[in-house]
Design a protein around this ligand. Structure first.
Ligand code: HEC
Length: 165
């Protein structure tokens, strides 16, 4: 390319940068910066994920294996099996929070219970971060951040109940 060719390229570059900058300026003027300081909608439990859609495609068999591996060391899962480091999880879905008879819950969990029940959603919020759900809880489990994994686990926990007569 000769000198004039280079010149034309340079002019084209300068012009297009100018046009882009101008367009940006106009766009900024027309469209205000609307990123909200706070999210408009916060679901129950500290902006938690709605677990219902994940439950629809939950893998209960995977949940069963995970519960045995991850939770089974601290929690009994069979009716009448007593408590381990944590309370027995048989029948936990639908049970008021911190209500297993005879288990000495931390004040942290008892206070955060506030008359609430273990539903699929409260279980999901709890498992995503026990310490955020009940600051100071004795359940030392790092949160399970994957909602699909929480759904698998909760789908299995739902089966830990007396079959209806
Ligand atoms: C290291 C031991 C440990 C592990 C692992 C553990 N937990 Fe716990 N869990 C506890 C303890 C201790 C408590 C009682 C917490 C308190 O009183 O603050 C508890 C409480 C709970 C409760 C509340 C029950 C109630 O009666 O209110 C649920 C639900 C629960 N755990 C589910 C699980 C699940 C599901 C897993 C596996 C993903 C799991 N935990 C893994 C120790 C553990």
């Amino acid at each position: 390319m000769d000198g004039r060719g280079l010149n034309r390229v340079a002019v084209a570059v300068v012009l297009s940068v100018g046009v882009m900058a101008g367009a940006y300026g106009v766009a900024r003027g027309l469209v205000p910066d609307t990123t909200p300081a706070r999210l408009a909608m916060v679901l129950p439990g500290h902006g938690a994920v709605d677990i219902a859609p994940y439950l629809e495609r939950a893998d209960m068999g995977h949940g069963a294996r995970m519960v045995e591996q991850v939770c089974g060391g601290c929690h009994a899962l069979k009716a009448g099996a007593g408590d381990g480091a944590g309370p027995n999880l048989f029948g936990v879905v639908g049970r008021p929070i911190a209500s297993a008879p005879g288990y000495a819950y931390s004040d942290a969990l008892r206070h955060s219970a506030a008359g609430r029940t273990w539903t699929e959603q409260t279980l999901s919020d709890w498992l995503s971060s026990p310490d955020r759900f009940a600051p100071g809880t004795r359940m030392s489990l790092n949160g399970l951040t994957d909602p699909a994994l929480r759904a698998d686990i909760i789908a299995y926990l739902r089966t830990l109940r007396q079959p209806p007569d």
